[in-house]
Design a binder for this molecule. Structure first.
Ligand SMILES: [Zn+2]
Length: 319
């Protein structure tokens, strides 16, 4: 019965992923949407056309729920708000989105952060405009805020459970439908790749990766279920996928640990030695971000020494 109530809307996005899956829940004349796609006039037209396929108008949606604040998930938030529909995000992500949108120093601060980790200057010049571009894919808006804890949430008259799943962002959330055992997973679990984990720079946790591993456990503890994900096809066996993702992250942590030596190295050096030199700017950036999240995890476990040297940070094995 659930299959008839939840419809996948694929929205285009640039880059390797190509599309983001949004989910329209329709039930007895009521409708709500989970995630929106990126902001553009073309995307507004695509979204309106897709909603019309199910007899829904943007202004008739009860609410729009966003799994997290990245532009492919809430880019059209302003459009829906202006159509009179409440758009909801978790408090953590609403705050991070405001910070990201409103601080004029964001790009420079982020470049400095990567500078500390000794990214080559050329790379820093390449990577900085990416952030301004990413911001342009979401029109600024002030979301309504989801409840803080986990608990029941009504989506178009269907009972769901709101689950906070920190990791990809601090305030990432999933929506679980217990009768049909379907999880709307956002970017918490993907079937085809590892999920990128936020670093301490954009998090209130010392190790967001440790939080992510806890969030995977929380989901797999709910038992057998199917996940409908924000990118790619559904994941049929969620606990098995959670276990596989945790194992992959642990193997990356071990790889970074093995690459540490008594001689302090920058996170950039460690990322190249542990995971290879990447050619594309975006891949280099992802590699760096993943290396930093592994270092943060090891730091929390007391398994790495951090050396602060003027504007630089370097890392060595303990002892
Ligand atoms: Zn995301």
């Amino acid at each position: 019965m659930f299959a008839e109530m939840i419809h996948r809307i694929e929205m285009p996005m640039p880059g390797m992923l190509g599309t983001v899956n949004c989910y329209l829940v329709v039930n007895s004349g009521r409708a709500a949407l989970i995630d929106t796609g990126m902001a553009s006039e073309r995307n507004v037209a695509i979204m309106e056309k897709q909603l019309a396929r199910w007899g829904v108008k943007a202004s008739r949606l009860e609410k729009v729920l966003c799994t997290h604040y990245h532009p492919d998930h809430c880019g059209l938030g302003k459009f829906f708000q202006e159509s009179g529909t409440p758009v909801l995000l978790s408090r953590d992500d609403a705050e991070e989105m405001a910070r990201w949108q409103e601080s004029p120093l964001q790009d420079e601060q982020l470049a400095t952060f990567y500078g500390e980790h000794e990214l080559p200057v050329d790379f820093r010049k390449e990577v900085t405009p990416i952030f301004a571009y990413l911001r342009s894919l979401r029109q600024p808006f002030r979301p309504d805020v989801l409840p803080e804890g986990d608990g029941a949430i009504d989506i178009a008259g269907i009972p769901f459970v709101l689950l906070h799943t920190t990791g990809h962002t601090d305030g990432h959330v999933c929506f679980f439908q217990p009768d049909t055992r379907v999880l709307v997973a956002g970017d918490h679990i993907l079937g085809h790749s590892l999920v990128n984990i936020v670093t301490k720079y954009q998090s209130r946790f010392n190790s967001p990766l440790a939080q992510y591993l806890l969030s995977l456990k929380k989901i797999s503890a709910l038992g057998t279920m199917t996940a409908i994900t924000a990118h790619g096809d559904p994941v049929a066996d969620v606990p098995a996928r959670c276990e596989a993702l945790a194992a992959l992250h642990h193997s990356r942590i071990i790889e970074v640990k093995r690459t540490l030596s008594r001689t302090p190295q920058s996170a950039y050096e460690l990322s190249c030695r542990a995971f290879g030199q990447k050619r594309r700017t975006f891949s280099k950036w992802l590699n760096m971000a993943q290396t930093i999240s592994c270092i943060e995890y090891l730091e929390q476990c007391g398994e790495v020494d951090c050396h602060q040297m003027r504007n630089r940070k370097r890392y060595s094995s303990v002892g």
